[in-house]
Design a binder for this molecule. Structure first.
Ligand SMILES: Nc1ncnc2c1ncn2[C@@H]1O[C@H](COP(=O)(O)OP(=O)(O)OP(=O)(O)O)[C@@H](O)[C@H]1O
Ligand SMILES: [Mg+2]
Length: 437
């Protein structure tokens, strides 16, 4: 016998398959219903075959199915629907309770055209495969991936926070170390510069007096014997030392030296302020008054460079060291003016933010590059020519704001400008009770 032609395909093959198989015609009348379908629907083949599918199963996704069947009839191509698009076609109980977690069987459905000898589509064969296990597995996998991804994100955020904390720690450690160094250097220089300054003041007076005395002598020169050897010696010495020039220059030298000494004193004072920012009066201050008085002081530096825009908000009085904050504002304003080449705008904004006050000083100046931005608060970091900047302004300001338990931040765009944000706690530092009265 010819196995392939003589076999009872329906009974021995199609009914034994672990797959739902049924045939419908173009009107969705059921032509065939295999055993898998019988078992899972509870509907025997005799009561299904010859009837319309939708009458038998009112919950069936009618429109979707009609469209699919029609498509297969017209195109004579296979159509497919996976469990991910449509979890199931028939709501079958799923037969693997061990896997748990799902109520119904997940199904992959395919629709194939059944052709007659002439190649005309006469029916559609629908097969339904149970893919519950794979679906559960895929779903769990997806959930696991999502959890992993979420954990990874949390870790990423945590690492970023750690990095920030570490860099802040490094920054404040560096500042503390530099502060100590600065305090030491300032202390060492303070004494000698003190007596140099006081001696210079006396020396300036003494030289002036000596010159005065000499001039008195010169006045009586005429009355002496011009041919005497003493007069000759005087004339020779005058020539040798270039007396006229010396008298003229001595005053300039003294003034210049005094200027230099004053500059060194100022640097020492800044250094001391940077390391001991604890002196000064702690009290409630109106920050707008502080800023306005600083603007007055700095007006000379600012007026040719910038238009000042004030955007003052409703801000309560802040417990602070007003004179120290003035220094911060002064440094910010002067830096802003220096950064502006021709003419620009400096905007000062204030606002209350919860328990804090935010003061913003923004300029339309040259801005800073990454390196400058990173080092702006570092003592002695300056991009200004010798004599113009010492590089202490911002480190000093950093120290002052730190003492207030506030925060100073900077944002800058090269060629566009710079913005400094200062956050100050309205009620002062948390440790304010321990502060000197
Ligand atoms: N608003 C700003 N725009 C552009 N660069 C700035 C600004 N503020 C500060 N900088 C940069 O930061 C550097 C350090 O500023 P800092 O005030 O500490 O020192 P300085 O102004 O150079 O000297 P000084 O001690 O006289 O203030 C400046 O030299 C400058 O390069
Ligand atoms: Mg400065």
């Amino acid at each position: 016998m010819d196995l392939i032609t003589d076999i009872n395909w329906k009974e021995h093959v199609v009914d034994r398959m672990d797959t739902g198989v049924f045939l419908v015609d173009r009107t969705i009348k059921v032509l065939f219903w295999n055993r898998f379908m019988v078992m899972h629907t509870g509907q025997p083949a005799e009561s299904v075959e010859g009837r319309n599918l939708f009458e038998l199963f009112p919950d069936f996704p009618r429109r979707w199915f009609e469209r699919k069947v029609e498509g297969v009839f017209v195109l004579k191509n296979q159509a497919f629907s996976s469990w991910e698009q449509r979890p199931y076609l028939f709501k079958f109980a799923h037969n693997r309770p061990v896997t748990g977690g799902v109520e119904s069987m997940y199904q992959d459905v395919s629709l194939m055209p059944v052709l007659d000898i002439a190649g005309k589509a006469i029916a559609v064969c629908v097969s339904i495969r149970d893919v519950t296990d794979a679906a559960i597995y895929a779903t769990r996998m997806k959930e696991t991936m999502e959890t992993l991804e979420q954990e990874k994100n949390e870790q990423r955020i945590l690492i970023k926070k750690l990095e920030e904390a570490q860099s802040q720690l490094l920054q404040s450690e560096k500042m503390a170390a530099i502060g100590q160094l600065a305090a030491g250097v300032a202390h060492e220089i303070n004494n000698p510069i003190g007596f140099i300054k006081s001696n210079m003041t006396s020396l300036q007076k003494y030289t002036a007096s000596l010159v005065q005395l000499l001039e008195a002598y010169i006045k009586i020169e005429d009355q002496l014997d011009q041919n005497s050897s003493e007069m000759q010696t005087i004339a020779n010495t005058k020539d040798q030392i270039d007396f006229e020039y010396l008298v003229e220059d001595i005053g300039d030298l003294m003034t210049e030296s005094m200027d230099g000494v004053n500059r060194v004193s100022k640097i020492v004072k800044d250094l001391k302020d940077f390391s001991h920012v604890d002196q000064g009066d702690w009290k409630y201050e109106d920050l707008h008054r502080c800023i306005d008085s600083t603007l007055n002081v700095a007006w000379n530096e600012l007026k040719y460079k910038a238009e000042i825009k004030k955007q003052y908000g409703e801000v309560p009085q802040v417990f602070c060291m007003g004179s120290q904050l003035n220094q911060v504002f002064l440094n910010l304003l002067v830096n802003a003016a220096h950064a502006i080449e021709n003419r620009g705008i400096i905007t000062i904004t204030t606002a209350q933010k919860g328990e804090k006050v935010l003061i913003t000083v923004a300029d339309t100046g040259s801005g800073m590059n990454q390196e400058q931005l990173r080092r702006v608060f570092e003592p002695f970091f300056t991009t200004k020519p010798v004599g113009k900047g010492t590089g202490l302004g911002m480190s000093l300001s950093y120290g002052i704001i730190d003492k207030h338990e506030g925060k100073i931040e900077v944002e800058s765009q090269e060629g566009e400008g710079t913005t400094f944000n200062i956050w100050l706690p309205i009620e002062g530092p948390a440790t304010r009770d321990a502060l000197p009265a």
